[in-house]
Design a protein around this ligand. Structure first.
Ligand SMILES: [Zn+2]
Length: 69
């Protein structure tokens, strides 16, 4: 799953490391606004590109991500 921080940085997690929405909000929702006047870009469980076979890794444990992550 993917979270966008309030600064519009994507962070990807495997199923095991994915924070729940409360935890994610505390960590990522109030880091400041995104670039180009876009305001707060925070998003929980947002759309992401296909992970499978693309070399995306969990930002926490580093495992390679699959499409059901
Ligand atoms: Zn992980």
């Amino acid at each position: 799953m993917r979270i966008y921080t309030s600064q519009n940085d994507p962070i990807d997690f495997c199923g095991e490391c994915a924070p729940d929405s409360d935890e994610a909000e505390q960590l990522y929702a109030n880091l400041g606004d995104g670039p180009d006047g876009r305001g707060n870009c925070y998003g929980y469980d947002d759309d992401h590109p296909s992970y499978e076979g693309e070399g995306y890794r969990c930002s926490k444990c580093g495992v390679e991500l699959k499409d059901d992550d």
